[in-house]
Every structure is written in C-alpha cells, then in structure tokens.
Design a protein around this ligand. Structure first.
Ligand SMILES: NC(=O)c1ccc[n+]([C@@H]2O[C@H](COP(=O)([O-])OP(=O)(O)OC[C@H]3O[C@@H](n4cnc5c(N)ncnc54)[C@H](O)[C@@H]3O)[C@@H](O)[C@H]2O)c1
Ligand SMILES: O=c1ccn([C@@H]2O[C@H](COP(=O)(O)OP(=O)(O)O[C@H]3O[C@H](CO)[C@@H](O)[C@H](O)[C@H]3O)[C@@H](O)[C@H]2O)c(=O)[nH]1
Length: 688
C-alpha cells in the first residue's frame, strides 16, 4: 500500500484489506515530496512546462483531474460555507487532504463528533465518508430494473465479465481526507491552497456602520496567511467580500512580507505595519476570488450540482495558472462548461450583484403585493403570468413577509456602501431601496395583523408557525419571524407562541434571550414568548396564527416544484449504472441516492446500501449535545432531517382549538384560503 500523508492516528483499519477483496488496492493519496514547507505543489504546478497541455478527456464533460499538483487544502472557517464546501471538495478529491480550521473550538468539537454543528440534507453522509473514511465494496454494475440490459449499453457488452461493462465493480476503501482542527496557523502553513471562508457581517460601529462590511475576521485570517502560508500558496476568497478585497489582501500580505526598509520607501503611510514581525522577503502568493452561491437548506445539492463555479484571478500568467489549479479541484465533479473565469474584481462584485438582484426581485414582487391588496389583483397570479416570460423567469417571485437570512441584507448593504464610497450616491440609494422595501413589507404584515385584531394584542395569544429564515433549515439568522416577534412584544400580548419543525426549541430560546437582551421575555421567566415543541399546543386558543416560514408541513397548497434547479436533473431518479469506468465519488453518490429512494423502507439499514460506513465517532459521557438531545429530544442543529416525518398539519384539528374569529395570516403564500374557509378559518394572504 502506498504511504499515506495522514497521521497514523487517522488511518483506520477497515478490515477490507484482510478480506482479500482488493488485493491490488493501494491508497491513491500522494505524499508531499519532501515535507519542506517552503515547497508548494501548487506553485510547482503553475511552473510545470507541460501544465498547459490539453487534458485527455475520458468522459463527455468532466475532465480527469491530475491531482498530484495539490495535496493539501486548508479552509479557514468551519461555518455554513466552510464546513460543507470543504466536505464536498474532500469527498470528490480523495487524494487531497482537506483541513478545516476554526478558532471556535466548540464548533470543531462538533464537526469531529456525530453532532455536526449545522444541518443540511445529505451533509452528514458526505462528512462521514470524507472525515472517517469508508470500507471498500463490490457493486453490481447492472441497473436494478435490468430488463433490457443490452439495449442500455452502446456495444452490447453488458454481460461480459471482463469487458468495459463488467458485471461487477470494485470500489476501493477510502482513508480519511477531511480533518477539522483548531490549529489555524499550523494548518495554513501546510496548505497548497488556503480557502478563507470566515464571516463578513455588516459593520455595527465606526465608519460605515450599518452598511460597510466588517472585515475584522477576514483581515485576521489574511494576516495569519501572510505569516504562515507556504511560498507560492494560492489564497482563495470564499467569503463574500467587498470589491477590490484581493488588492487589500495583496497589500496586507506584502506589508507582512516586505522588509521594513522597502515599505518605508514605497508605502510611507504604512510604517506601522512594517513593524510587524515575520517579514518573509521574496515570498509570493496568488490571490483568487471564488465566491460561494449555496443556499441554506440545499447546500449539498448546490455544491454537488452548482450552476456555476466562479473563479476570479489576476490576468497575469501566474494568476491564470493559479485559477486553472483551483479549477482542476472542481473539475473532479463539475463540468468544465460550468466553471467561469473572470478577473478578480468581477468575481468579487458578481457575488454581491447576484444576491442583490435576487433580493431585488423579491422586493419588487413584494411592492406589487401592496398594490394588489388595495386593488383586488392577486400577486400570485401576477407572478405566474409574468414568470412565463423567459426574459423574466419564474424564480424568486414569491411575495411574502420579505427575505431573511445572513446574506441578502448584508450583501446589498455592502453594494450600497461601495457605490456611496465611490461617490455614486444615486446608485447606492437605488439598491438601499431593496432593503427598505423588505423592511416595509415585513412591518406592513405585522401592522396588518395588529389592525385586524382591533389594534391591540393585549390579552391575546398570537402563534407564529416558523422561526427559521426559510424552510428546511434551522438557520435563524436575520429571521423575519424574530423581527415580527419584536414588533408584537411592544403591544403587550398574553402570549407569543412559536413553533418550528426544524429548530430546537431550547436553542431558539437561548437565541431570543440573547437577541432581545431581555432576561424576562420568555414564558419560563415570566414573559410572553413561548417556544413550543408541539404545533397543536402552540395553536391552542390562539387569537391569530401567522405563517412565517414556508415549511411544507404547513402548506395546504401543493409543494412547489424545483425542477429547474440543476440538481434536480441529476436527482431525477435514474439508476446511473452501468459504469464504464471505475465509479467516481459522484457516481457512488448518485447511485446511493437512487437506491435509497427506490428501495422499500428498511431495506438498507443505516441508509448504507453498500455497507461502507465506518462507525461514527463515539461521544464522552459529558457530551453537551447528547445531553441536549436527552432534555429536548432534538439535536442543536434542529430536526431538519430530510427523513423527518413531514406530517401535514391537521388544519381541522387546529381550527377546532382556535379562538373565534379564527384568523390566519399567511405570510408565505402557502395556504389555500378557500380550503380553510370550509373549516371556518379566515385567511389573509400577502398580496391578495
Ligand atoms: N451562509 C451561507 O449560506 C453563505 C452562502 C454563500 C456565501 N456566504 C459567505 O461565506 C462567508 C462565511 O459565511 P458562513 O455563513 O459560513 O459564516 P459562519 O459564521 O457560519 O462561519 C464563519 C466561521 O469563521 C470562523 N472564524 C472567524 N474568524 C476566524 C479566524 N480568525 N480564524 C479562524 N476561524 C475564524 C468563525 O468562528 C465561524 O465558525 C461569509 O462571507 C458569507 O457572506 C455564506
Ligand atoms: O421568491 C422568494 C424566494 C425567497 N424568499 C426568501 O428569501 C430569503 C432567502 O432565500 P434563499 O435565497 O433561498 O436562501 P439563502 O440561503 O439566503 O441564499 C441566498 O444567499 C446565499 C448567501 O450569499 C447565496 O449563496 C444564495 O445563492 C442566495 O440564494 C428567504 O427568507 C426566503 O424565504 C422569498 O421571500 N421569495
């Protein structure tokens, strides 16, 4: 077996070697040539004379990746982006060691346990394989419903034992290649590529407070990189950052690297920086922008089947080669045609523009919803009719209580700040209006509820169904529900009941306490806010129910199709066999999905059709997550398990326990008013 680059403690014995199944199986993991940290494989790749030779194509659209160029990737930031992105990169590149580092030790502890800090459908499976390794297995290379096998194979060679379409494929065991660690500088120093995926929120104080991007975390990491990254390492902005951040990194890095003398001569304003230690003359890095476009709740789908991978680089030969090096990592599973290369500032700005344009559509349709409510037009009918125009398209036209989430607002505000700081005040004002409209829409909804309840909530119980900022996630950042709760609190209600099928009630309570900075807001502390684990208790004797998140469980209308999502093409359930080549990690991923979705319940224990999973890490008796599950019945990352029982609400039962007049305010356009009218519930919807 080839030598592994992993610490011996991480190499798991699978027992597969002993089974005699794979006598010729060797680890595909390369070894860093000399372990000298001044050596960078990425740099050597960029200098290799044959680097630009066209790659041989052995598949229709995915090029084979010669991964010997990059052996280690470090991702700084183990959050919603860093964790899943690194996991998917590691899953598809088993011979690259991917280390995710974070200064938050608690987060790292959870990534290393069976209690991942975030929930995303499919994430745990990917992490398990890449972090823990997997057993080798044999795979029948025939489609399950193989009633006409020969017609499925181009050469009629399907049943030949040794032909390209052999009846059985051996899939090699994997050694772990995904590590979560709190050793930030150490991991940076060993990496050929450093992805920076730390948080970049809106500044809350000082110059630009309320709109500029707070670059504190990003800058701190940049300095770590300048001090510790190996010469020639490629630095990648994964975080969403203001346009021209690459230039800022270049300067930060240069200030760290240049000698004090040269700095004094060239940048007199930066004398202070020159006094930093660790100058490393002659050391050079390439900086790339590679923004992430995943959405909460569909992160794994989005990462597995991205619409595009955007890579911005300088247009120098070395910058372009660095972009190619990063592109090759993605080419392990992303069709080349989906990898877009631009200049670095275009890439940075494109991320802000993408989010701003998406949010703008929501604000635009929400503005129309206000007109609809006063005219008798129906905003969903308008959205449907304009969405048929391919120039407009039908996505992101759902009127409601406005957008939430950690990204839209902050990214629009970052664009606003950029425009204003460039003296483009009208441009800034144009985009600021998107945020204003969003707040107006949410407040309009809250006011409508209060008005319909005779302008007072005193002595009344109001129920919010949904606390997460969108469906199928327990992410509650910038949740519209929280802002609505804040508005209602001012009215002195008897109870504000909250139910969310994904969020852990204990976690929501802690969060609300922190955000309100009020120790007496929760019911158990004598306040009106009650977070219910049971939806019927939450609705019992309610004066008004509000739909604040678009969970399918709450719907009385059919769920929306997501057919145009690129992932849906591959998740359309087709058996991907027979495999001509050795099945790739993507092949196995798609086959597993197919098998699980078509098999009768219970057919594959642990959802592991290939019996390849190794045991998950055990927890110590003091594990806080196990203790939370014992007390609340749910993990901290919530109950957004894709296998959770998505039982539809029994609206008849809810109607029977509501106070009269039975009022329901649909903030997400998922309720059929005429259906609930039959149950005696009066529905008011946004834009109708
Ligand atoms: N959440 C999303 O859906 C999403 C999607 C696309 C892009 N983005 C962008 O990606 C970036 C990260 O977002 P996120 O949601 O993952 O944030 P997050 O808050 O979930 O994670 C950021 C992590 O960085 C860590 N960190 C901060 N400073 C550090 C330091 N000096 N050293 C080591 N670790 C440090 C934090 O401890 C935290 O765990 C942001 O710029 C965001 O705008 C987010
Ligand atoms: O027609 C719509 C679509 C969405 N929303 C709301 O908009 C918010 C954001 O939804 P979505 O964009 O699906 O989720 P995010 O996870 O915030 O993803 C956005 O923000 C990420 C972080 O930058 C980007 O990577 C993604 O591409 C971008 O869609 C949620 O509150 C939704 O309820 C609507 O009100 N109407």
């Amino acid at each position: 077996m080839a030598t592994s680059f992993l610490p011996s403690s991480l190499i798991l014995t699978t027992g597969v070697e002993d089974s005699g199944l794979f006598t010729d199986v060797a680890s595909t993991a390369p070894t860093t040539p000399d372990r000298d940290l001044s050596y960078s494989m990425a740099l050597s790749a960029t200098l290799a004379p044959d680097y630009e030779k066209p790659l041989p194509l052995d598949r229709a659209h995915v090029s084979p990746v010669k991964k010997q160029y990059v052996s280690r990737i470090c991702c700084v930031g183990a959050g919603y982006v860093g964790g899943p992105t690194a996991a998917v990169i590691a899953y598809h590149n088993p011979d690259i060691l991917v280390t995710v580092v974070d200064k938050n030790e608690e987060r790292i502890r959870r990534w290393n346990s069976k209690h991942l800090p975030i929930y995303e459908p499919g994430l745990a499976e990917i992490v398990r394989i890449a972090r823990d390794g997997s057993k080798g297995f044999r795979l029948p290379n025939e489609p399950a419903e193989n009633d006409n096998a020969d017609s499925r194979t181009p050469h009629g060679a399907y049943n030949r034992r040794n032909g390209p379409y052999s009846t059985e494929k051996h899939v090699h065991y994997r050694i772990p290649n995904l590590i979560f660690s709190d050793k930030v500088s150490e991991s940076i120093s060993a990496a050929d590529i450093v992805l920076i995926a730390v948080n970049t929120p809106t500044k809350s104080r000082g110059v630009g407070a309320g709109s500029a991007t707070d670059m504190t975390a990003f800058e701190a990491v940049t300095k770590e990189v300048a001090r510790h990254a190996m010469p020639g390492a490629i630095i990648v902005e994964k975080s969403t950052v203001p346009c021209r951040t690459a230039e800022f990194i270049q300067k930060t890095v240069s200030w760290q690297l240049l000698s004090p003398k040269s700095l004094r001569e060239e940048e007199p304003g930066q004398l202070m920086t020159s006094q930093m230690t660790n100058q490393r003359p002659g050391v050079y890095f390439e900086i790339l922008s590679n923004p992430e476009f995943l959405s909460a709740g569909t992160a794994v789908k989005d990462l597995m089947h991205p619409d595009r991978i955007l890579i911005g680089s300088s247009k120098t030969p070395s910058g372009l080669r660095a972009a190619d090096t990063l592109a090759r990592i993605y080419e392990a599973w992303v069709p080349r045609s989906r990898i877009i290369k631009t200049n670095v500032y275009s890439s940075e700005l494109a991320k802000l523009v993408a989010n701003s344009m998406l949010a703008q559509r929501i604000s635009s349709i929400n503005s129309i919803s206000a007109i609809c409510e006063k005219t008798g037009a129906d905003v969903s009918e308008i959205a449907e009719s304009i969405g048929c125009d391919p120039r407009i398209g039908d996505k992101f036209l759902k009127a409601g209580i406005g957008f939430g989430g950690s990204c839209f607002k902050k990214d629009i505000l970052s664009l606003v700040y950029l425009a204003e700081s460039l003296g483009l005040d009208e441009v800034g004002e144009y985009w600021r209006q998107v945020v204003k409209m969003n707040e107006y829409q949410r407040d309009r909804f809250s006011r409508r509820v209060i008005q319909r309840l005779n302008n007072t909530l005193a002595g009344k119980k109001i129920t919010l169904l949904g606390y997460a900022f969108k469906a199928n996630t327990s992410d509650t950042r910038e949740s519209p529900a929280f802002e609505i709760i804040k508005t209602f609190l001012e009215e002195g209600p008897r109870q504000i009941a909250v139910y969310d099928p994904c969020c852990n009630p204990e976690v929501v309570k802690t969060e609300i306490k922190q955000l309100l900075k009020d120790r007496t807001a929760l019911e158990e502390d004598g306040g009106p806010i009650a977070i219910h684990p049971n939806v019927y208790n939450a609705c019992d004797h309610s004066d008004a129910i509000l739909i604040t998140t678009e969970f399918d469980e709450f719907r009385s209308t059919p769920a929306e199709s997501n057919e145009s999502h690129p992932s849906s093409q591959s998740s359309r359930l087709v058996d991907p066999r027979p495999f001509y080549d050795q099945p790739s990690p993507m092949d196995i991923f798609l086959l597993q999905k197919y098998l699980l979705s078509t098999a009768p319940a219970g057919r594959y224990p642990n959802d592991d059709p290939f019996k390849r999973y190794l045991p998950e890490p055990g927890c110590p008796s003091s594990c806080p997550d196990c203790s939370l599950i014992r007390t609340s019945g749910l993990p901290a990352a919530g109950n957004s398990d894709e296998n959770r029982l998505r039982e539809k609400l029994d609206w008849r039962r809810i109607s029977s326990c509501m106070k009269k007049p039975k009022l329901l305010f649909d903030g997400k356009g998922i309720i059929d008013a005429s259906e609930l009218a039959l149950l005696g519930i009066h529905v008011e919807s946004v834009g109708r």
